[in-house]
Design a protein around this ligand. Structure first.
Ligand SMILES: C[S@@+](CC[C@H](N)C(=O)[O-])C[C@H]1O[C@@H](n2cnc3c(N)ncnc32)[C@H](O)[C@@H]1O
Length: 184
């Protein structure tokens, strides 16, 4: 059975360490799928390890919606967005405050779910909401940390995603680990 707990906010500093690039290079992982002008969502953004490069990739005409359940994560992300001069194309959204999936219905070109689904208790609701916000024909990159999440639990989450309407793609976002693309 999967353990659920939200990672403490201070751990967010470790997710943005430059050394992480050797394992998760945002350019390699995301750039082939992101085009200027896109509207993308980084769900479970923390301090924006992926959100800042995403904002650079979508450029001035695009937008990155950065969702988290912890205000302290988003506060630090906002500071980083200013530092990297992408504050105008980053929108921070706090779950339980200004998160309203209906407002983004059929608006998103891409969604990143990186190391977050195992922390969300109602996965059914999460995948249904993500499905409703994506444009038809667009995809989700869904990845979980190996070791922390068991393959069976990852498969269970995939089943839930498929129940919400997603199709699992053959193409893999990364060679190693628990990760898939889901297509609307
Ligand atoms: C392990 S961190 C991963 C952060 C980021 N995706 C990365 O790869 O660097 C998980 C993040 O998801 C957030 N989170 C947990 N439950 C959430 C929920 N129900 N809705 C939105 N964010 C959530 C946590 O606050 C934390 O910032």
């Amino acid at each position: 059975m999967e353990k659920q707990h939200v990672c403490p906010w201070w751990l967010g500093y470790t997710f943005i360490l430059p050394i992480r690039k050797y394992q998760h290079d945002p350019q390699k992982i995301l750039a082939p799928h992101i085009k200027p002008g896109m509207k993308v969502m980084d769900y479970g953004t923390a301090m924006g390890y992926f959100s800042i490069p995403l904002a650079q990739m979508v450029g001035e005409r695009g937008m990155v919606y950065c969702i988290d359940i912890q205000e302290k994560m988003l506060k630090h992300l906002k500071k980083r967005a200013i530092k990297y001069n992408v504050q105008n194309n980053v929108t921070t959204i706090l779950v339980g405050k200004n998160y309203n999936p209906i407002e983004l219905s059929n608006q998103l070109d891409f969604v990143l779910l990186f190391a977050v689904v195992h922390e969300v208790p109602d996965k059914d609701k999460l995948f249904r909401e993500i499905y409703s916000m994506l444009k038809p024909g667009c995809k989700v990159l869904f990845a979980e940390p190996k070791g922390h999440v068991k393959p069976d639990d990852f498969e269970n989450s995939l089943q839930i995603a498929q129940k919400s309407g997603f199709k699992r793609m053959d193409e893999k976002p990364m060679k190693k680990g628990l990760n898939v693309f889901l297509l609307k």
